[in-house]
Design a protein around this ligand. Structure first.
Ligand code: AHR
Length: 650
C-alpha cells in the first residue's frame, strides 16, 4: 500500500515536472540554406584492437592457425588421445610450407587405430559457433612421415563430445601440400552455441606436421577469406561513406618493425608471416590490404588509406631524408597497389591477387596521431611524404595527423575521446562562435586549436564519448549525438568523422579499450545505444544545413537541421540529454509539408541503460509518425532521447 502511494507520488512529481517544462520554440527557415553538408561526413575507423578482425569481423574460426607457441606450448591447440591412442604434440621450428611460415605443429602418434584416434584440437576464439544446416569451408597444409591414412577433420561439441560435421583429408605425403575440406552440419536439431571445437585426428601411428589450418562459415557476399555476415550487416546500416584503415596505433606498431607492413599482408595466406599488434596480440594478417579494400567495395565505402609515416608508439622514429626514403617509396607502392592499372608493377600484383580493377582513392593519411612524436620530426617527415605523393598523384587529398608548418595538408585529422558532459560543451566546438577556448587542454595532453575556417578541412578521425564498458550506455549515446549535431552544423569545414573503436569481442580478455561501438562473441553481436545514434545520424542526412533558431533551450538540448535538395526532405535531429521530457514548438517556415512526419526515437529511462550480449535489444530506435499542421508541429521529446523527424516537402 505504502509502496503504491510512493509510486503514485513519484508519478505525479514526474508529470508535474514534465508539464512544468516550458516549451522551447524552434524555427526553421526552409528557404535559407546555410552551408553544404559533406557527403563523406560519416564513415568507419578501424584497426586490429579488441579482436576486431581476428575473433571478430574476419570470419576465420581457427585461433592461432599458424601454430605460434610460447613457454606453455602451442597456444589454443590441445592434444587429443581418444580410447587407447597415445601421441604427443610440439612446435616444430625446422619445417613449414613457405618462407613466411617456416614453423609447424608436429604430432607424433605412437598408438592409434580407426576407433582410438589421436590428434589435436583448436578451441577457436572463445569457442566456435556452429549452426545447423551450414557449410563450413576449410583447408590445411600437411605432410607426414609415412602413410597415416586419412586425416579426419571434425567440428565437435564440447558438451557431448559428438562430431557435428566430419570430413576426411586423404593423400597426405612427405611433401608440404594444401588440402581443402568441407564440413556440413545437419539441418536440425542443434542449437547454436559457441561450445564447440575443431578436431584433427588420425587412426595410424606416424608423424604428422600441420600448418595454416583454416575454417570459415558462410561469409558476407560469399567472399572466400571473408567477413562475418552479422557484423557486416550492422556496419552497412550505419551507411558509412568511407573506411579509415589500418589504424590507429595498429598502423604504427609499438616498434618500427611491428608496423603494418602492407606488403606482408597481401597474396596467399601462406605467404603472410603474421605480426604482433600494439594491442598485445598476434595478428593473423588475414585482414590484409586487399581485404580492407574489398570491405570498402562490399559496403560501398571509399577507402581512406593511412600510410606508415616513420613513427612508432614506443617513441622510435625514422629520420627525415635518406633514411625515410624507403618508407616513402613503400607508401607510393601501396597507393599504386590500390589505384594502379594492371600494367603497373603493384597494380599487376593486385590483379594477381584476384582484383584486376583498380580502386578509387581520394584520401591518403600520413601517419597517425603524430603529435605523440616528441622528437619534432613530423613536420619534415610529413613534407617528404607530401612532396613525393603529390608529384606522382596530384589529385589525391592528403591528411596530416598533427599540425604542420612547412606544408599545406588538405585535411587535418583530430581525435576526441571525452565524457558526455564534455561533448555537451564541445557540441559547439566547431561553431563560428567556438565553445572551446583555444589552448584549453585536450584528452591527449594536446590543446584545442582555434578553428580556422580558411585552413585545412577537418577530419575527426577518432572520437567517442567514453562511458560504459564494453560498449557505451545511453548517457554516452547522448554525448555522441550532441557532438554530431555540431559536426553536421559545421560540415562546411568538418569533411569527415568516424567513431572509434568500432568493434569489441566481449569475452574476458577480448577488450583492450573501454567503450566500443559494437560488441560480439563468436555466436552473436549487438549494437550499443551509441551504435544506434550512429545509425540514425548516418541514415538521415541532407546535403545542406538550413537557417534555424531555438529559443528557450537549456544546456541539455541539441539539434541539427539538414535538408536534401534531391529528395526534398528536411531532417531534424533532436537530442534531449535532460531527465525530463521537453515540449517543442517546431515551425518550418517557407515549406509546404506533407501532413505527417516520420519520427524515429531512441530513448531510455536512465543514462546507465544499455544493451549487452545477453540483452541486445533493450534500447533500439522506434519508428512512428507525427501530425504536421501546416508548417507547425507540437512535439514532446522524451527524457534522455535522440530523435529524428523527417519532413516531406511537397
Ligand atoms: O582508438 C583507439 C586508439 O586511440 C587508436 O589506436 C589511437 O589512434 C588512439 O590513441
Amino acid at each position: 500500500m505504502l509502496r503504491k502511494t510512493f509510486a503514485a507520488l513519484a508519478l505525479a512529481c514526474t508529470a508535474t515536472l514534465a508539464l512544468s517544462q516550458s516549451p522551447l520554440s524552434l524555427t526553421i527557415h526552409t528557404d535559407q540554406q546555410v552551408s553544404p553538408v559533406s557527403p563523406m561526413l560519416y564513415g568507419l575507423m578501424t584497426e586490429e584492437i579488441n579482436y576486431s578482425y581476428d575473433g571478430g569481423l574476419y570470419a576465420e574460426m581457427v585461433r592461432n592457425r599458424t601454430f605460434r607457441s610460447d613457454w606453455s606450448g602451442v597456444n589454443y591447440w590441445f592434444l587429443v588421445e581418444d580410447g587407447n591412442s597415445a601421441a604427443k604434440m610440439a612446435p616444430d621450428h625446422e619445417t613449414g610450407p613457405s618462407e613466411a611460415l617456416k614453423n609447424s605443429l608436429k604430432l607424433e602418434v605412437e598408438k592409434a587405430d580407426a576407433q582410438s584416434q589421436a590428434g589435436v584440437l583448436n578451441v577457436g576464439y572463445w569457442g566456435m559457433a556452429v549452426k545447423p544446416g551450414t557449410t563450413y569451408k576449410g583447408s590445411l597444409y600437411a605432410k607426414s612421415s609415412g602413410d597415416m591414412g586419412p586425416v579426419t577433420v571434425s567440428l565437435v561439441s564440447d558438451d557431448t563430445g559428438k562430431a557435428l560435421a566430419t570430413a576426411a583429408v586423404s593423400g597426405v605425403s612427405g611433401e608440404w601440400k594444401q588440402y581443402a575440406f568441407t564440413l556440413k552440419t545437419a539441418a536440425a536439431p542443434q542449437s547454436v552455441s559457441a561450445r564447440n571445437h575443431l578436431a584433427i585426428t588420425v587412426g595410424r601411428p606416424g608423424t604428422l606436421w600441420l600448418q595454416l589450418v583454416s575454417l570459415f562459415p558462410p561469409t558476407y557476399h560469399d567472399r572466400p577469406n571473408g567477413f562475418r555476415i552479422d557484423l557486416m550487416e550492422k556496419l552497412a546500416s550505419m551507411h558509412p561513406a568511407f573506411l579509415r584503415f589500418p589504424g590507429g596505433n595498429y598502423l604504427e606498431g609499438d616498434h618500427i618493425n611491428e608496423r603494418f607492413e602492407w606488403k606482408k599482408t597481401i597474396g596467399p595466406l601462406v605467404d603472410r608471416p603474421t605480426h604482433r599488434s600494439p594491442w598485445n596480440y598476434q595478428s593473423s594478417d588475414g585482414m590484409g590490404l586487399l581485404e580492407f579494400l574489398e570491405w570498402c567495395e562490399d559496403l560501398k565505402m571509399q577507402p581512406l588509406l593511412a600510410v606508415y609515416a616513420g613513427y612508432s608508439l614506443h617513441g622510435e622514429h625514422v629520420n627525415p631524408g635518406a633514411d625515410l626514403e624507403p618508407y616513402v617509396q613503400d607508401a607510393l607502392d601501396e597507393i599504386e597497389y590500390v589505384t594502379g592499372s594492371a600494367d603497373t608493377k603493384w597494380g599487376a600484383e593486385r590483379a594477381k591477387d584476384g582484383h584486376p580493377e583498380p580502386f578509387k582513392l581520394t584520401y591518403v593519411e600520413i601517419g597517425n596521431e603524430e603529435w605523440f612524436d616528441r622528437s619534432g620530426s613530423y613536420d619534415a617527415r610529413y613534407a617528404q611524404f607530401d612532396k613525393a605523393i603529390r608529384a606522382k598523384y596530384p589529385n589525391l587529398q592528403l591528411i596530416a595527423t598533427a599540425p604542420v608548418k612547412d606544408s599545406k595538408p588538405d585535411v587535418i585529422d583530430e581525435h576526441y575521446y571525452v565524457r558526455a558532459t564534455q561533448n555537451f560543451h564541445d557540441a559547439h566546438h566547431y561553431d563560428p562562435q567556438q565553445s572551446t577556448t583555444p589552448g584549453q587542454q585536450r584528452w591527449d595532453g594536446g590543446h584545442y586549436d582555434k578553428v580556422d575556417r580558411n585552413g585545412p578541412k577537418i577530419f575527426v578521425g577518432e572520437w567517442a564519448t567514453r562511458e560504459g564498458m564494453p560498449t557505451p550506455n545511453m548517457g554516452a549515446a547522448l554525448g555522441d549525438a550532441a557532438w554530431m549535431t555540431g559536426l553536421e552544423r559545421n560540415s562546411d569545414i568538418v569533411l569527415m568523422a568516424s567513431y572509434a573503436p568500432l568493434l569489441t569481442n566481449v569475452n574476458p580478455g577480448g577488450l583492450q579499450w573501454d567503450t566500443d561501438l559494437i560488441g560480439y562473441n563468436s555466436v552473436k553481436s549487438y549494437g550499443s545505444p551509441s551504435y544506434y545514434a550512429q545509425v540514425l545520424f548516418g541514415s538521415y542526412l541532407g546535403d545542406h544545413t538550413l537557417a534555424s533558431k531555438a529559443e528557450g533551450a537549456g544546456d541539455k538540448f541539441f539539434y541539427s537541421v539538414t535538408a536534401s535538395a534531391t529528395n526534398k526532405k528536411v531532417y531534424l535531429k533532436l537530442v534531449n540529454a535532460a531527465s525530463t521530457p521537453q515540449p517543442i514548438d517546431i515551425d518550418l517556415q517557407g515549406a509546404k509539408l506533407a501532413p505527417r512526419a516520420k519520427l524515429v526515437t531512441l530513448s531510455a529511462k536512465d543514462t546507465q541503460a544499455t544493451n549487452s550480449i545477453d540483452q541486445p535489444n533493450l534500447l533500439k530506435p522506434v519508428e512512428s509518425s507525427a501530425a504536421v499542421a501546416g508548417t507547425h508541429l507540437r512535439h514532446t521529446i522524451p527524457q534522455y532521447a535522440i530523435e529524428v523527424l523527417v519532413f516531406d516537402q511537397q
